[in-house]
Ligand binder design. Structure first.
Ligand code: ADP
Length: 486
């Protein structure tokens, strides 16, 4: 099949989280199954910097093109490269006014949030690009609200145009809480017929809601774990769209994300000071030693090293962690934290680090190589997410023999088997359900207690490292969705 991915992020070119990881990896796994895949993404400033630094080839794909749309027009310049680590075509849509920003999702320099317009422009540029480049996809696979307009455009008449005659759309929800909400007056800039301004269109309680449009008009909808597919049909997790999701659940499938098992492999990860696998864990002890040195923490045998690597936003449960992290340290743990995000969380965690210099190191920032060294060197990963569509951190941790302590929500339920004292044969982490600091503390404490029993710990580590999170498994499930066989 000919597949077209349209996405705001592609790892390692420009990413803020899981969306980028998925769109950097899944196309390659689908290509292995014999599909033709092309990817479109915006030429963000991060992308410009990545190409400048990596020296990867980048060439003009088309002359600069004026894209007239609805009541406005803008210029797109199309660049061509290949998806890193593959020979799959990658097209980057450049327009400095829209995409040359400090951060991928930053508003305009004057503070105006033009997110709706710039991603409407991107979707329109994808369509125009396909027409000019002669790309006629069987499947147009859109990801999250940024490209949710593509299924809407397809529904609104695009199927009448040459390359899209036989195109069906698949829309993947990576995070339902970011919906692409705009004011009613912005509807005109989308270039849709007025019949789409309705509760069964892109209108949601008087506002523009692009996520809603993607869900309603895509032929198939997927989300990134089976459990999240169930949860988003409930008011508690539906972020106001649970009714829409429920009514269309017949076309919803939950497919667990995979991870790039080549990039994330403790046996030959170039970012690690020492290598190991499930049968030979000595290298992990050396990684821990090196990490403690890097964190300026004194080596003490038998001390469990906890870690937390995350965007610092309320979704990730920082509010649960902050009140009890100090107590975990006093109870005998070390901790390393790597994160960036909301200033109040950065401050609170930095303060805990400053008050516990002997036992805790807090790095504020985003550092991919350091994250690898932490996954390898730590004993446990704390992941008290309030909600978690899939979550990648816990899968990286499991692969590196670092046992996750998770709140049992979303994809964490599908990926971690909590140890309850009786299921040593299959358990690979620790879990809790209620959204409370005390529950997190108790689960982490259970982990710390079990850490003392090296036989049990080894067993759980081996279970963790044996789990299969490769994309090959998930790609097969996407194939069924593309073929309309689920
Ligand atoms: P989300 O996409 O919601 O942020 P995921 O668990 O799906 O959460 O993906 C998070 C990804 O971002 C992982 O690859 C994780 O290692 C990485 N990450 C998060 N924060 C940092 C950070 N401060 N430095 C390096 N990597 C980070």
């Amino acid at each position: 099949m000919r597949l077209l991915f349209a996405t705001a992020e592609v790892s390692p070119i420009a990413k803020t989280g899981g969306l980028g990881d998925v769109c950097g990896s899944l196309p390659k796994a689908l290509a292995k199954l014999g599909h033709e895949v092309a990817v479109f993404m915006p030429f963000h400033r991060q992308a410009r910097e990545w190409f400048a630094q990596s020296g990867a080839p980048l060439e003009p794909a088309l002359p600069t093109t004026q894209i007239p749309w609805a009541n406005w027009a803008a210029e797109a310049t199309y660049l061509r490269s290949t998806l890193p680590g593959s020979d799959l075509p990658l097209y980057l849509v450049a327009n400095d006014h829209f995409f040359d920003r400090v951060q991928i999702y930053a508003p305009r320099a004057d503070g105006y949030d033009d997110a709706i317009e710039r991603f409407a422009f991107f979707c329109r540029a994808v369509i125009e690009g396909c027409e000019l480049l002669g790309i006629a996809p069987d499947i147009l696979h859109a990801h999250d609200w940024h490209t949710a307009l593509l299924p809407v455009y397809l529904h609104s008449g695009l199927r009448g145009s040459g390359p899209f005659r036989n195109t069906r759309s698949v829309f993947t929800i990576h995070n339902l809480n970011y919906q692409g909400i705009g004011r009613a007056t912005q509807f005109a800039s989308l270039g849709l017929h007025s019949r789409y301004w309705a509760p069964d269109g892109v209108e949601h309680y008087g506002e523009v809601n692009l996520m809603k449009g993607g869900i309603i008009f895509a032929d198939q909808v997927t989300t990134v774990s089976p459990n999240y597919a169930r949860e988003i049909q409930l008011p508690a997790y539906g972020a106001g769209l649970d009714g829409v999701v429920r009514s269309l659940s017949f076309k919803l499938t939950g497919i667990l994300n995979g991870i790039d098992v080549e990039r994330w492999n403790p046996a030959d990860d170039p970012d690690l000071p020492s290598h190991y696998d499930g049968d030979r864990l000595n290298g992990k002890a050396l990684c821990k030693r090196a990490l403690l040195r890097e964190a300026k923490l004194r080596l003490r045998p038998k001390t469990p090293l906890l870690c937390f690597i995350s965007r610092l936003v309320d979704q990730k449960g920082v509010d649960l962690l902050v009140p009890v992290l100090g107590r975990m340290l006093r109870a005998g743990a070390y901790a390393v934290v790597l994160g960036s995000g909301e200033a109040r969380y950065e401050r609170a965690l930095a303060q805990i680090g400053a008050e516990n210099e002997e036992r805790c190191r807090v790095w504020i920032g985003f550092d991919d190589a350091l994250s690898h060294r932490i996954y390898a060197g730590a004993d446990m990963l704390l992941m008290p997410s309030i909600y978690e569509p899939c979550g990648l951190n816990q899968m990286y941790a499991l692969r590196y023999g670092t046992l996750p302590v998770v709140r049992l929500t979303g994809g964490l339920v599908d990926t971690v088997v909590p140890f309850d004292g009786t299921n040593e044969e299959e358990a690979d982490g620790f879990g809790f359900s209620a959204t409370g600091s005390e529950e997190l503390y108790t689960a982490a404490w259970l982990g710390m207690l079990n850490y003392r029993d090296s036989r049990v710990w080894r067993r759980l580590q081996r279970n963790a490292m044996a789990a299969d999170f490769s994309w090959d498994r998930s790609a097969g499930e996407y194939e069924l969705v593309y073929r309309h066989e689920v």
